[in-house]
Design a protein around this ligand. Structure first.
Ligand code: E4P
Length: 233
């Protein structure tokens, strides 16, 4: 760790407790490729992403565990009893890498409270306003996932929701972390962190775009050409 960075490192996390990056995909080959960069701190999945993978959810989770990812959001469905039982089963099978993902509904928050009281990490998903984030924090959520892109689609400023949740949590000393989701471009990721989110979960293509700048490409072209003309004798 370079001098000056906060020495607080989450157990099992690749990076210090700062601006963490999660991949929002259930494509294990893609996860394997990006995880090898050392810059990915976790993975979020949901039923639509699992469907897209064309695979059994638990095979996908197991492969992500085998890759070495230490924080994997696994979504549970059904009524509160179904979600609770499934959450317990997933936690027993996968251990502390399992973050149970529940929707921000009455049933989902009942499950969140019961699981979090047992020390199981819970990601409350489908958050669209600060009021929901207050309830999720009171239910003991480890993470809340405001959906920035889906809010933007409705002409509501998703980043403003991220900002108000982060500010509320800061004012009241809440430990629940803001996991900005439904991120469609680099600007939304950067502004999410700027607005107080601890984590952004993003599709692999957005992570790819974070590397890119036209001036880096141009600069490399010049350096490479000049380097060829340098005498190396
Ligand atoms: C978050 O956990 C969700 O899986 C995801 O970010 C939703 O993104 P979308 O709105 O692009 O489907």
């Amino acid at each position: 760790m370079t001098p000056g960075t906060i020495a607080c490192k989450l157990e099992g996390s690749n990076t210090p407790f700062l601006m963490r990056i999660f991949l929002d995909t259930a494509d294990t080959e893609v996860i394997r490729k990006y995880f090898s960069t050392g810059l990915v701190d976790g993975v979020t999945t949901n039923p639509s992403l699992i469907l897209k993978s064309g695979r059994n959810p638990e095979d996908v989770y197991q492969e992500i565990v085998d890759i070495g990812v230490t924080d994997i959001s696994m979504e549970v469905m059904g009524d509160d009893l179904d979600m609770y039982d499934e959450g317990i089963r997933l936690y027993e099978k996968f251990g502390s890498v399992c973050t149970v993902k529940v929707p921000c509904t009455r049933e989902g928050l009942i499950v969140c409270k019961r699981l979090s009281e047992q020390g199981i990490k819970v990601n409350v998903t489908l958050i669209f306003c600060a009021a929901q984030a207050v309830l999720a924090a009171k239910a003991g959520a480890t993470y809340v996932s405001p959906f920035v892109g889906r809010l933007d689609d409705q002409s509501v400023a998703g980043l403003e929701v991220v900002r108000s949740i982060s500010e509320l949590y800061r004012i009241h000393g809440i430990r629940t972390q803001v996991l900005s989701a439904s991120i469609r471009n680099v600007q939304r990721a950067i502004r999410s962190w700027y607005n107080g989110a601890q984590i952004c979960t993003m599709p692999p293509k957005v992570l790819d775009q974070m590397y890119d700048h036209i001036l880096t490409d141009k600069g490399m072209e010049i350096f490479e050409n000049d380097w060829k003309s340098v005498s190396h004798d």
